[in-house]
Design a protein around this ligand. Structure first.
Ligand code: MN
Length: 502
């Protein structure tokens, strides 16, 4: 769903006119080689585009105007090969609207001990040139990522790769449209929020639709399309007997296929890349969409159940960040606990809608009654998720700001089969332990809905929070509840002066 080939990261090298032509030619040659090196790296998913060395306030201002107006440019990397007096950067930085990453590197890695002279010293000045630039960014209170180290190292290239992917997700949000089908589950608080503020802050447009808008598309689905999709279901999943051809519940699968086709057509026609629904407002839709939502998520759509548009948008943005990655990212909910004296775990799931991108093996396709909503039995994919490092992320609206909460977890293999549980699920060990993690999560106001991922790490979401200018609270191996409370209190004071959208 995301075409990376059109997106660019610009690489701007700062200097000044003091050094003369020969030095500036060398600066340009060196920065070109760095750009070539980054483009050859497997860690950077996007094209890095070299730009002429900037040496004056006018050149920097012009570059930033171009970066702002160029649709392909989604972020800019800056590096000061030499000293670049940073008052020159004020005008340009004042107008820059795209995310910025400050690469603090040096062309040569090691000192040439027997050859080094003052000419060498004057050419390779990023050690202090980048400090001058850093001061200006801090003085202007500009959020940015700082990456330090030699440009040929894996570590630096990985960090630039992380940032590039986050910038890709950020760019996605700037033109994202979320369809909120049937508004919110009645009386639920955390899934609500300020959609005007969200569009000002993140760029995402969230608008409401009636279930009849989807039904109009379901009614247009033809038999051939349904037949093709039923074949796909047969190939991709282990169909339970009652859903097979001639099975007693076959009609449920036909209905599920129609719902998927209609929902997909509705989303495509409207240009939506994320959506929500709610079991209370399904209208004439015969089943709560289960397999449809699971498959749409696997194709890259963002989704939030019960009207949860913030999770839907965050999921879509994180799926775009993870373009080409293989471990998967899904809508998730903390569902049930496994408390034991030794160790406690969370069983994460939802009524139906877990993305099959996190499935461990071929999912089963089953149909079972749903205890709520009063609709026909919905078809769903049932599977376990693989063990491994993962995280849950929740975006909540605190009234005067958005807060992103992250809990690092480790998914573990379920202790036993769950033969009577008809939903996809993940068992995880929350860091640092469930008692601390859930205490901190609840104090932070984290939602029951999250985005669960094994592809995106906390570093991505830290970069994301900086670009968006939102609060980030991380619960990880080092979290202590008392310190966590202090952080919440400090953030209350810090964000007190800011209102939504500022
Ligand atoms: Mn839910």
């Amino acid at each position: 769903m995301t075409d990376l080939s059109q997106k660019e990261i610009w690489f701007a090298t700062g200097s000044q006119n003091l050094y003369g032509e020969e030095t500036l030619n060398q600066v340009a040659a060196d920065s070109k080689k760095i750009v070539e090196g980054l483009n050859a790296s497997e860690h950077l998913p996007l094209k890095v585009v070299w730009k002429e060395t900037v040496k004056s306030s006018e050149e920097i201002h012009d570059l930033m105007i171009q970066a702002n107006s160029n649709k392909n440019c989604i972020g800019i990397i800056t590096w000061m090969h030499t000293f670049s007096p940073a008052k020159m950067w004020i005008r340009g930085l004042n107008i820059l609207k795209k995310p910025l990453c400050h690469l603090h590197t040096q062309f040569n890695a090691e000192l040439p001990w027997d050859k080094i002279d003052m000419d060498y010293m004057n050419l390779h000045q990023s050690a202090h040139g980048d400090r001058e630039f850093g001061f200006m960014m801090s003085r202007m209170r500009k959020k940015r990522k700082v990456v330090v180290g030699h440009w040929q190292t894996q570590r630096v290239q990985q960090k630039l790769g992380v940032w590039s992917r986050v910038v890709l997700g950020w760019d996605e949000l700037q033109h994202m449209k979320v369809a909120r089908i049937g508004d919110n589950m009645r009386d639920v608080a955390v899934t609500e929020g300020d959609k005007v503020a969200a569009e000002m802050k993140f760029g995402v447009a969230v608008n409401g639709f009636d279930s009849s808008d989807v039904v109009a598309h379901i009614n247009k689905v033809n038999d051939a399309e349904v037949e093709n999709l039923l074949k796909e279901y047969k190939n991709d999943y282990n169909l339970t007997d009652s859903l097979k051809e001639g099975g007693e519940k076959r009609q449920s699968l036909v209905e599920a296929a129609k719902i998927e086709l209609g929902l997909r057509a509705f989303l495509e026609e409207g240009g939506f890349t994320a959506f929500t629904d709610t079991f209370e407002n399904l209208g004439e839709i015969k089943q709560l969409p289960g397999i449809a939502v699971q498959r749409l998520m696997a194709d890259g759509y963002g989704f939030g159940a019960e009207g949860d548009w913030k999770t839907a948008a965050l999921l879509r943005a994180m799926k775009v960040m993870a373009t080409g990655m293989k471990k998967g990212t899904s809508f998730m909910e903390d569902y049930t606990y496994h408390f034991t004296p030794e160790k406690s775990f969370v069983l994460g799931s939802h009524m139906l809608e877990i993305c099959s991108s996190i499935a461990d093996g071929k999912p089963n396709c089953e149909v079972h009654p749903l205890g709520i909503g009063g609709k026909a039995d919905p078809v769903r994919l049932v599977f376990n998720a693989p063990a491994g490092e993962a995280l849950n992320a929740s975006l909540v609206d605190m009234g005067n700001r958005f807060r992103l909460i992250v809990n690092e977890v480790e998914a573990v293999t379920p202790k036993a089969d769950l033969p009577k549980l008809p939903v996809a699920r993940v068992l995880w060990d929350a860091k640092p332990d469930l008692e601390t993690a859930a205490t901190a999560w609840i104090l932070a106001g984290g939602a029951h809905h999250t985005v669960y991922t094994q592809d995106i790490t906390t570093e991505y979401l830290e970069d994301f929070a900086d670009i968006a200018g939102i609060e980030l609270l991380v619960i990880d191996e080092r979290t202590r509840v008392r310190d966590f409370k202090d952080t919440i209190n400090a953030n209350e004071a810090y964000y007190h002066q800011f209102q939504h959208g500022m």
